[in-house]
Design a protein around this ligand. Structure first.
Ligand SMILES: [Zn+2]
Length: 461
């Protein structure tokens, strides 16, 4: 996964650009999901042969007795968030089934677009790739997105134990973790790239119901970002596309087929600094925060699924008294992105009130919101140590933070650009930070508990 730096977009709002108190810098980027080459054609055919072998063995054991019917099976979305987590959205699609059998670079998805891939040696993408978004690696680490059975079926193939942080595509990569289900109308569904050691305890030959847990979205096999390769095969073991459309089949295999452009906001976050996106296989540094003080800069991130040219998002910041603090409008100048994000920041006035604030984004007729809490400076810091000593300031080589008693506190160093350049939990009373690799300039040192934090301005010379 590489975050390709598409552009920096500066909106010059007359009142904000010249005001130090209150400004917004809009940074919009594509969240670039590199199309993974998941198989060579040869690897794909070997895998399918292995599945067929298993099916023959199971058939001999009479596992499919009275199982098959003529009623066609419909599929539900094979993903869900784990219980207790509820974002507006948590995935987008990076590649569909390739209906064009020529190769390479001869592509046609069910909607006659080229949102798919093929390879030099003749593999035409045979499934649908659902990538988790935003923060795919964090989601994988925390088992946040589960793969579930798209319909009732019998497990006919199961593989686990392969590592899931390969970060590249090609040969000599350990194979993926996968489940294959046999359905009663003869179709098969494949669920590939599952997280290592997350695959269901149910055994080959056992029946699962639609919605049953199969594993966690991972990145095993040839994959550079956690995603699910969901593939449907017909009774002849040939891959078919569950989506219907002008360049695909006339009948959809989905219970409810999502629109090709399924635009929406997956998530809005409030942060104490811009999110620090990482390369594969590292989790992003989220810098999340819900509670701020009046003197803080508040950073906002909005994650879009399927944004298209000229799409408009209206953003409002609303104070505790429900009055409009400020509003902005952003238009998308790009044709289409599966995933993208907009980041900006705001600084409150000292005359603003504490309490429950919110940021609201209206996109495609739907309103998405994220609440955050602002404390008056006198209200904060009660559970933070009062006698902390930080020095020297300015500092050149070593910065020492002294007299921190509580062990659940962290120290962070944030650059003026909002990047977190240092973070560590206090394991003892004092921490020494080596400044050797830091650029000269102003930094904010934060002492953070679970709910509060204190800011100190530090100059590195
Ligand atoms: Zn795929």
């Amino acid at each position: 996964m590489k975050k390709i730096f598409v552009f920096l977009f500066i909106f010059s709002f007359c009142k904000s650009i010249f005001s130090q108190q209150h400004s917004q810098f809009f940074d919009f980027q594509e969240y670039k999901f590199e199309k993974n080459i998941e198989f060579s054609q040869n690897e794909y055919l070997i895998f399918k042969k292995n599945v067929q072998k298993n099916i023959e063995i199971l058939a001999k054991k009479d596992v499919f007795k009275n199982f098959f019917t003529k009623t066609s099976v419909k599929f539900r979305l094979p993903l869900r968030e784990k219980s207790g987590i509820q974002n507006y959205g948590f995935y987008s699609i990076s590649a569909y089934f390739d209906h064009d059998t020529l190769y390479p670079n001869s592509l046609k998805d069910f909607n006659c677009q080229q949102f798919t891939y093929d390879t030099q040696d003749g593999y035409n993408h045979a499934g649908t790739d659902f990538f988790t978004f935003p923060f795919p690696w964090n989601k994988m680490e925390n088992d946040e997105v589960e793969v579930i059975a798209a319909a009732n079926g019998i497990i006919v193939y199961k593989q686990d134990g392969n590592r899931d942080k390969n970060c590249e595509a090609g040969i000599d990569i350990p194979f993926w973790n996968v489940i294959v289900l046999q359905h009663s109308d003869g179709t098969l569904t494949y669920y590939g790239h599952l997280k290592k050691n997350s695959v269901t305890q149910n055994n080959v030959g056992e029946m699962v119901s639609a919605g049953d847990y199969l594993g966690v979205v991972g990145s095993s096999g040839s994959s550079s970002t956690p995603h699910l390769h969901f593939e449907v095969n017909n009774e002849k073991n040939e891959p078919i596309d569950p989506f219907s459309g002008e360049c695909g089949d006339s009948v959809s295999l989905w219970e409810t087929q999502k629109p090709y452009v399924d635009a929406g906001i997956n998530q809005i976050t409030t942060n104490f600094a811009y999110i620090n996106f990482q390369e594969c296989p590292n989790s992003d540094i989220l810098n999340l925060r819900d509670t701020f003080s009046l003197s803080d800069t508040i950073f906002f991130s909005i994650f879009f699924r399927n944004i298209s040219l000229n799409d408009t998002v209206s953003i409002k910041m609303i104070s505790p008294s429900q009055t409009l603090w400020d509003s902005w409008v952003w238009n998308c100048p790009y044709p289409f992105f599966a995933g993208s994000y907009l980041q900006f920041w705001a600084k409150l006035f000292s005359s603003d009130v504490g309490g429950n604030w919110k940021i609201e984004a209206n996109y495609k007729g739907k309103t998405y919101e994220k609440a955050f809490f602002v404390q008056k400076s006198s209200e904060i810091s009660q559970n933070l140590p009062q006698n902390i000593e930080i020095g020297p300031n300015p500092a050149s080589e070593i910065l020492t933070v002294k007299n921190v008693e509580a062990k659940n506190l962290r120290v962070k160093l944030i650059s003026l650009q909002g990047i977190c350049v240092f973070e560590r939990y206090f394991s003892e009373k004092n921490i020494e930070i080596s400044l050797k690799n830091f650029a000269r300039g102003i930094y904010f040192l934060q002492i953070c508990s679970e709910k509060d934090f204190q800011n100190y301005k530090i100059f590195v010379k």
